[in-house]
Write a protein of this length. Sequence first.
Length: 371
Amino acid sequence: MLKKILITTFCILTSALVLADQLTLKDDAPKTYVVKKGDTLWDISAMYLEEPWLWPKLWRWNPEINNPHLIYPGDELRLAFDEHGQPILVKDNSESSGKPEYKWSPQIRKQIKDANPITILPLEELAPLLNYSNVLTKDILDDAAVVLGADEKYKSHVEGAILYAKGDLQAGKSYAIYKKGGPIIDPETGEQLGHYAILAGTARGLRDGSLADRIPASLMLENSRREIRAGDVILEVNEDQLLPAFYAMRNAQSNDIQAQFISNHNNVREFGKFEIVLLNKGANANIQEGEVYAIDRQSPEVIDTEDGPIYEEDASRWYRLTKGDDSKDRYQMPIENIGHLVVFKVQEKTSFAVVLATTKPVRLTDMVTAP
Protein backbone atom coordinates (compact mmCIF):
# COMPACT_ATOMS: atom_id res chain seq x y z
CA MET A 1 0.00 0.00 0.00
CA LEU A 2 2.82 2.39 0.93
CA LYS A 3 4.54 1.78 -2.40
CA LYS A 4 1.34 2.59 -4.32
CA ILE A 5 1.00 5.84 -2.35
CA LEU A 6 4.58 6.78 -3.17
CA ILE A 7 4.17 6.09 -6.89
CA THR A 8 0.94 8.08 -7.04
CA THR A 9 2.49 10.95 -5.11
CA PHE A 10 5.42 11.36 -7.46
CA CYS A 11 3.24 10.93 -10.54
CA ILE A 12 1.07 13.81 -9.34
CA LEU A 13 4.20 15.79 -8.50
CA THR A 14 5.54 15.61 -12.02
CA SER A 15 2.20 16.26 -13.71
CA ALA A 16 1.47 19.50 -11.84
CA LEU A 17 4.19 21.78 -13.15
CA VAL A 18 3.79 25.50 -13.45
CA LEU A 19 3.47 26.61 -17.07
CA ALA A 20 4.32 30.28 -16.69
CA ASP A 21 8.02 29.87 -17.58
CA GLN A 22 9.13 30.53 -21.13
CA LEU A 23 10.46 27.52 -22.99
CA THR A 24 14.04 27.52 -24.27
CA LEU A 25 14.74 25.06 -27.08
CA LYS A 26 18.08 23.32 -27.30
CA ASP A 27 20.16 24.18 -30.35
CA ASP A 28 20.21 20.53 -31.44
CA ALA A 29 16.50 19.85 -30.81
CA PRO A 30 15.26 17.43 -33.51
CA LYS A 31 12.49 18.48 -35.90
CA THR A 32 10.87 15.04 -35.62
CA TYR A 33 11.17 12.09 -33.26
CA VAL A 34 9.70 8.60 -33.24
CA VAL A 35 8.75 7.41 -29.75
CA LYS A 36 10.56 4.25 -28.67
CA LYS A 37 9.72 1.68 -26.02
CA GLY A 38 11.26 2.76 -22.74
CA ASP A 39 11.00 6.49 -23.49
CA THR A 40 9.46 8.79 -20.91
CA LEU A 41 7.92 12.23 -21.32
CA TRP A 42 10.84 13.58 -19.31
CA ASP A 43 13.39 11.94 -21.64
CA ILE A 44 11.73 13.32 -24.75
CA SER A 45 11.34 16.80 -23.28
CA ALA A 46 15.01 16.76 -22.27
CA MET A 47 15.93 16.34 -25.96
CA TYR A 48 14.07 19.57 -26.76
CA LEU A 49 14.19 21.82 -23.69
CA GLU A 50 16.93 23.35 -21.60
CA GLU A 51 14.51 22.97 -18.67
CA PRO A 52 12.78 19.59 -19.10
CA TRP A 53 10.65 20.01 -15.97
CA LEU A 54 8.50 22.36 -18.11
CA TRP A 55 7.39 19.39 -20.23
CA PRO A 56 3.59 20.05 -19.87
CA LYS A 57 3.94 23.33 -21.77
CA LEU A 58 5.72 21.53 -24.62
CA TRP A 59 2.74 19.15 -24.99
CA ARG A 60 -0.03 21.61 -24.08
CA TRP A 61 -1.97 21.79 -27.39
CA ASN A 62 -2.16 18.63 -29.40
CA PRO A 63 -5.07 17.15 -31.36
CA GLU A 64 -3.73 13.63 -30.91
CA ILE A 65 -2.51 14.01 -27.34
CA ASN A 66 -5.41 15.00 -25.09
CA ASN A 67 -3.50 13.71 -22.08
CA PRO A 68 0.34 13.79 -21.91
CA HIS A 69 0.25 10.27 -20.45
CA LEU A 70 -1.13 8.94 -23.74
CA ILE A 71 1.97 8.89 -25.95
CA TYR A 72 2.77 5.49 -27.41
CA PRO A 73 5.84 3.77 -28.88
CA GLY A 74 5.80 4.24 -32.65
CA ASP A 75 4.15 7.68 -32.54
CA GLU A 76 5.99 10.24 -34.66
CA LEU A 77 6.28 13.62 -32.97
CA ARG A 78 6.95 16.86 -34.82
CA LEU A 79 8.22 20.19 -33.52
CA ALA A 80 5.77 23.06 -34.11
CA PHE A 81 5.18 26.58 -32.82
CA ASP A 82 2.04 28.21 -31.47
CA GLU A 83 0.71 31.67 -32.30
CA HIS A 84 3.08 33.20 -29.73
CA GLY A 85 6.15 31.50 -31.22
CA GLN A 86 6.43 29.05 -28.35
CA PRO A 87 7.48 25.48 -29.27
CA ILE A 88 5.05 22.57 -28.96
CA LEU A 89 5.24 18.87 -29.84
CA VAL A 90 2.44 17.39 -31.93
CA LYS A 91 1.85 13.99 -33.45
CA ASP A 92 2.59 13.81 -37.14
CA ASN A 93 -0.19 12.95 -39.61
CA SER A 94 -0.59 12.68 -43.36
CA GLU A 95 -1.62 16.30 -43.77
CA SER A 96 1.40 17.69 -41.94
CA SER A 97 3.95 15.16 -43.16
CA GLY A 98 7.02 16.82 -44.56
CA LYS A 99 6.45 20.17 -42.88
CA PRO A 100 9.21 20.88 -40.33
CA GLU A 101 7.31 23.67 -38.54
CA TYR A 102 3.68 24.80 -38.55
CA LYS A 103 0.98 26.53 -36.49
CA TRP A 104 -1.45 24.43 -34.49
CA SER A 105 -4.69 25.05 -32.63
CA PRO A 106 -6.33 22.83 -30.01
CA GLN A 107 -8.65 20.09 -31.26
CA ILE A 108 -10.37 17.05 -29.77
CA ARG A 109 -8.50 13.76 -29.61
CA LYS A 110 -10.24 11.40 -32.03
CA GLN A 111 -8.96 8.02 -30.88
CA ILE A 112 -6.91 6.43 -28.12
CA LYS A 113 -4.60 3.62 -29.09
CA ASP A 114 -5.10 0.24 -27.51
CA ALA A 115 -1.59 0.08 -26.08
CA ASN A 116 0.45 1.09 -23.06
CA PRO A 117 1.32 4.81 -23.04
CA ILE A 118 4.74 6.00 -21.97
CA THR A 119 5.15 7.46 -18.47
CA ILE A 120 6.36 10.82 -17.17
CA LEU A 121 9.32 9.39 -15.26
CA PRO A 122 10.42 5.79 -14.61
CA LEU A 123 8.37 5.48 -11.43
CA GLU A 124 9.56 1.96 -10.71
CA GLU A 125 12.99 3.51 -10.10
CA LEU A 126 11.71 6.43 -8.05
CA ALA A 127 9.27 4.65 -5.75
CA PRO A 128 11.88 2.89 -3.56
CA LEU A 129 13.69 6.21 -3.09
CA LEU A 130 10.75 8.16 -1.70
CA ASN A 131 11.28 6.60 1.70
CA TYR A 132 9.71 9.06 4.15
CA SER A 133 13.13 9.93 5.52
CA ASN A 134 13.06 12.50 8.28
CA VAL A 135 15.32 14.75 10.30
CA LEU A 136 14.69 14.47 14.03
CA THR A 137 15.69 17.70 15.73
CA LYS A 138 16.45 17.99 19.45
CA ASP A 139 13.00 19.48 20.10
CA ILE A 140 11.30 16.58 18.31
CA LEU A 141 13.34 13.98 20.19
CA ASP A 142 12.69 15.63 23.56
CA ASP A 143 8.93 15.30 23.06
CA ALA A 144 8.83 12.00 21.15
CA ALA A 145 7.64 8.66 22.52
CA VAL A 146 9.88 5.62 22.26
CA VAL A 147 9.35 1.87 22.00
CA LEU A 148 9.79 0.07 25.34
CA GLY A 149 9.11 -3.49 24.29
CA ALA A 150 6.31 -5.81 23.21
CA ASP A 151 3.94 -8.50 24.43
CA GLU A 152 6.54 -11.15 23.57
CA LYS A 153 10.11 -11.17 24.82
CA TYR A 154 11.67 -10.56 21.38
CA LYS A 155 14.42 -8.05 20.63
CA SER A 156 12.87 -7.14 17.29
CA HIS A 157 9.24 -7.02 16.21
CA VAL A 158 7.31 -7.43 12.98
CA GLU A 159 3.76 -6.81 11.77
CA GLY A 160 1.00 -7.87 14.15
CA ALA A 161 3.04 -7.39 17.30
CA ILE A 162 1.64 -5.42 20.22
CA LEU A 163 4.13 -2.73 21.15
CA TYR A 164 4.46 -0.83 24.42
CA ALA A 165 5.69 2.74 24.35
CA LYS A 166 6.84 5.44 26.76
CA GLY A 167 4.80 8.56 26.05
CA ASP A 168 1.35 10.14 26.06
CA LEU A 169 0.03 8.21 23.06
CA GLN A 170 -3.70 7.76 22.45
CA ALA A 171 -5.87 4.86 21.36
CA GLY A 172 -7.13 5.07 17.78
CA LYS A 173 -4.43 7.40 16.49
CA SER A 174 -1.88 6.45 13.82
CA TYR A 175 1.83 6.61 14.55
CA ALA A 176 5.05 6.41 12.57
CA ILE A 177 8.05 4.58 14.02
CA TYR A 178 11.50 5.84 13.06
CA LYS A 179 14.99 4.48 13.48
CA LYS A 180 17.25 7.21 14.81
CA GLY A 181 20.49 7.48 12.89
CA GLY A 182 23.67 9.43 13.42
CA PRO A 183 23.91 13.19 13.88
CA ILE A 184 23.50 15.50 10.89
CA ILE A 185 26.17 18.21 10.76
CA ASP A 186 25.83 21.33 8.61
CA PRO A 187 28.93 21.27 6.36
CA GLU A 188 28.86 25.07 6.20
CA THR A 189 28.46 26.05 9.87
CA GLY A 190 29.31 22.87 11.78
CA GLU A 191 25.97 23.08 13.59
CA GLN A 192 24.25 19.82 14.54
CA LEU A 193 20.90 19.99 12.76
CA GLY A 194 19.43 16.81 14.21
CA HIS A 195 19.54 13.09 13.55
CA TYR A 196 18.82 11.34 10.28
CA ALA A 197 15.89 8.92 10.60
CA ILE A 198 14.27 6.32 8.34
CA LEU A 199 10.66 5.19 8.63
CA ALA A 200 10.66 1.68 10.11
CA GLY A 201 6.93 1.05 10.38
CA THR A 202 3.48 2.32 11.25
CA ALA A 203 1.23 1.46 14.20
CA ARG A 204 -2.17 2.30 15.64
CA GLY A 205 -2.84 3.11 19.28
CA LEU A 206 -4.71 0.44 21.29
CA ARG A 207 -4.58 1.90 24.82
CA ASP A 208 -3.69 5.35 26.12
CA GLY A 209 -0.39 5.89 27.86
CA SER A 210 0.68 8.38 30.54
CA LEU A 211 4.26 9.52 30.82
CA ALA A 212 3.66 11.23 34.18
CA ASP A 213 2.12 8.09 35.72
CA ARG A 214 4.64 5.76 34.02
CA ILE A 215 1.82 3.88 32.26
CA PRO A 216 2.97 2.53 28.87
CA ALA A 217 0.80 3.05 25.80
CA SER A 218 -0.14 0.00 23.70
CA LEU A 219 0.07 -0.02 19.91
CA MET A 220 -0.63 -2.57 17.17
CA LEU A 221 2.22 -2.73 14.63
CA GLU A 222 0.36 -2.57 11.30
CA ASN A 223 3.22 -2.25 8.84
CA SER A 224 6.95 -2.75 9.16
CA ARG A 225 9.62 -1.83 6.64
CA ARG A 226 12.40 -2.75 9.08
CA GLU A 227 12.61 -4.61 12.36
CA ILE A 228 11.24 -2.57 15.24
CA ARG A 229 13.40 -2.48 18.36
CA ALA A 230 13.32 -0.88 21.81
CA GLY A 231 14.38 2.74 21.66
CA ASP A 232 12.88 3.45 18.22
CA VAL A 233 11.23 6.85 18.02
CA ILE A 234 7.42 7.16 17.71
CA LEU A 235 5.75 10.21 16.15
CA GLU A 236 2.10 10.88 15.46
CA VAL A 237 1.32 10.67 11.75
CA ASN A 238 0.59 14.20 10.57
CA GLU A 239 1.67 16.61 7.86
CA ASP A 240 5.29 16.45 9.02
CA GLN A 241 5.52 12.75 8.16
CA LEU A 242 3.36 12.58 5.01
CA LEU A 243 4.53 13.64 1.57
CA PRO A 244 2.18 16.18 -0.03
CA ALA A 245 -0.16 14.88 -2.70
CA PHE A 246 0.43 17.96 -4.87
CA TYR A 247 3.56 19.77 -6.02
CA ALA A 248 3.92 22.66 -8.45
CA MET A 249 7.42 22.36 -9.85
CA ARG A 250 8.93 25.75 -10.61
CA ASN A 251 12.23 27.59 -10.62
CA ALA A 252 13.48 28.62 -7.18
CA GLN A 253 11.81 31.88 -6.19
CA SER A 254 14.90 33.39 -4.55
CA ASN A 255 18.05 33.91 -6.61
CA ASP A 256 20.40 34.25 -3.62
CA ILE A 257 19.89 30.77 -2.16
CA GLN A 258 22.98 28.59 -2.01
CA ALA A 259 22.75 25.24 -0.24
CA GLN A 260 25.12 22.35 0.26
CA PHE A 261 24.65 18.61 0.26
CA ILE A 262 24.73 16.93 3.66
CA SER A 263 24.23 13.34 2.54
CA ASN A 264 22.45 11.10 0.07
CA HIS A 265 20.23 8.08 0.52
CA ASN A 266 22.90 5.51 -0.40
CA ASN A 267 25.71 7.19 1.60
CA VAL A 268 28.12 7.39 -1.33
CA ARG A 269 30.47 10.23 -2.30
CA GLU A 270 29.25 10.37 -5.91
CA PHE A 271 25.72 9.76 -7.14
CA GLY A 272 23.48 10.35 -10.14
CA LYS A 273 19.93 10.80 -11.39
CA PHE A 274 16.99 9.97 -9.08
CA GLU A 275 19.12 9.91 -5.92
CA ILE A 276 17.46 11.28 -2.78
CA VAL A 277 19.63 13.96 -1.15
CA LEU A 278 19.55 16.01 2.05
CA LEU A 279 20.34 19.76 1.88
CA ASN A 280 21.52 22.06 4.67
CA LYS A 281 18.83 24.67 4.01
CA GLY A 282 15.10 24.50 4.63
CA ALA A 283 12.23 26.74 5.67
CA ASN A 284 14.76 29.04 7.36
CA ALA A 285 16.07 29.90 3.87
CA ASN A 286 12.59 30.11 2.29
CA ILE A 287 13.08 26.89 0.33
CA GLN A 288 9.72 25.51 -0.76
CA GLU A 289 8.45 22.12 -1.90
CA GLY A 290 8.44 21.75 -5.68
CA GLU A 291 11.23 24.25 -6.32
CA VAL A 292 13.82 23.25 -8.91
CA TYR A 293 17.47 24.08 -8.20
CA ALA A 294 20.65 23.86 -10.23
CA ILE A 295 23.56 21.64 -9.22
CA ASP A 296 26.78 23.59 -9.86
CA ARG A 297 30.44 22.64 -9.63
CA GLN A 298 33.44 24.89 -9.19
CA SER A 299 36.07 24.09 -11.82
CA PRO A 300 39.53 23.45 -10.30
CA GLU A 301 41.82 26.45 -9.86
CA VAL A 302 44.75 26.78 -12.27
CA ILE A 303 48.13 28.38 -11.58
CA ASP A 304 50.19 29.75 -14.48
CA THR A 305 53.79 28.84 -13.55
CA GLU A 306 57.06 29.32 -15.45
CA ASP A 307 56.80 25.69 -16.51
CA GLY A 308 53.23 26.08 -17.72
CA PRO A 309 49.73 25.92 -16.22
CA ILE A 310 49.13 23.45 -13.40
CA TYR A 311 46.23 22.75 -11.08
CA GLU A 312 46.53 24.34 -7.65
CA GLU A 313 46.60 20.94 -5.92
CA ASP A 314 49.68 19.99 -8.00
CA ALA A 315 51.68 23.05 -6.92
CA SER A 316 54.71 22.54 -4.69
CA ARG A 317 54.58 23.25 -0.97
CA TRP A 318 57.07 26.08 -1.48
CA TYR A 319 54.79 27.75 -4.00
CA ARG A 320 51.83 27.48 -1.66
CA LEU A 321 53.84 29.06 1.17
CA THR A 322 55.19 31.96 -0.90
CA LYS A 323 52.19 32.76 -3.11
CA GLY A 324 48.97 34.05 -1.62
CA ASP A 325 45.44 33.44 -2.84
CA ASP A 326 45.50 36.84 -4.56
CA SER A 327 48.58 36.02 -6.66
CA LYS A 328 48.36 37.13 -10.29
CA ASP A 329 49.49 33.63 -11.27
CA ARG A 330 46.19 32.18 -10.10
CA TYR A 331 43.19 31.85 -12.39
CA GLN A 332 39.78 31.54 -10.78
CA MET A 333 38.00 29.09 -13.06
CA PRO A 334 34.26 29.32 -13.79
CA ILE A 335 31.39 27.47 -12.12
CA GLU A 336 29.60 24.99 -14.40
CA ASN A 337 26.09 23.58 -14.15
CA ILE A 338 26.01 19.77 -14.06
CA GLY A 339 22.36 19.02 -13.25
CA HIS A 340 19.09 19.88 -11.51
CA LEU A 341 17.10 18.64 -8.52
CA VAL A 342 13.62 19.25 -7.12
CA VAL A 343 12.80 19.69 -3.42
CA PHE A 344 9.98 17.42 -2.22
CA LYS A 345 10.11 17.83 1.57
CA VAL A 346 11.05 20.89 3.63
CA GLN A 347 11.85 21.04 7.35
CA GLU A 348 13.07 23.96 9.44
CA LYS A 349 16.80 23.78 8.66
CA THR A 350 16.98 20.94 6.13
CA SER A 351 15.17 19.73 3.03
CA PHE A 352 14.98 16.56 0.96
CA ALA A 353 15.28 16.60 -2.82
CA VAL A 354 15.51 14.18 -5.74
CA VAL A 355 18.12 14.63 -8.49
CA LEU A 356 16.29 15.08 -11.79
CA ALA A 357 19.15 15.04 -14.28
CA THR A 358 22.96 15.18 -14.35
CA THR A 359 25.65 15.41 -17.01
CA LYS A 360 28.21 13.76 -14.71
CA PRO A 361 28.25 12.15 -11.26
CA VAL A 362 27.25 14.57 -8.49
CA ARG A 363 29.55 15.03 -5.50
CA LEU A 364 28.74 16.08 -1.96
CA THR A 365 31.03 19.07 -2.46
CA ASP A 366 28.92 20.45 -5.33
CA MET A 367 26.71 23.51 -4.77
CA VAL A 368 22.93 23.86 -5.01
CA THR A 369 21.80 27.24 -6.35
CA ALA A 370 18.81 28.90 -8.01
CA PRO A 371 18.84 28.01 -11.74
